[in-house]
Unconditional design. Structure first.
Length: 108
């Protein structure tokens, strides 16, 4: 019975730490860059788009498709950074806890 009480305590502590981590991630900003900095995209820790910066030289009608691709590339790079930080913080949070491999924790 002691093991169950200890596990319950760990779960409650993890829930509190998870809430703190989610608050930290909400303030995180990740920047994705394409075309040597001519296109920049900023996301917050939840993956929400917060900003787009495009060098004015990219505004050429015949290069619209290239610009669209660069925006997507910058977004994907920023998203990967957010996912990497989230995975790292989650690993730190769950270190030492008996969580089965591959189990995904809820993030709201």
């Amino acid at each position: 019975m002691k093991d169950i009480m200890g596990l319950m305590k760990q779960a409650k502590e993890m829930q509190s730490k998870m809430q703190t981590m989610q608050e930290e991630l909400a303030t995180l900003e990740a920047e994705g860059i394409a075309a040597g900095g001519m296109v920049k995209v900023t996301l917050n820790g939840k993956g929400e788009l917060r900003g787009v910066t495009i060098d004015p030289s990219m505004f050429k009608e015949e290069e619209v498709e290239i610009l669209e691709d660069l925006i997507i590339a910058a977004h994907n790079q920023a998203k990967s950074k957010v996912e990497e930080v989230t995975a790292q913080k989650t690993a730190e949070l769950t270190a030492g806890l008996p969580i089965p491999p591959g189990m995904k924790l809820p993030f709201g």
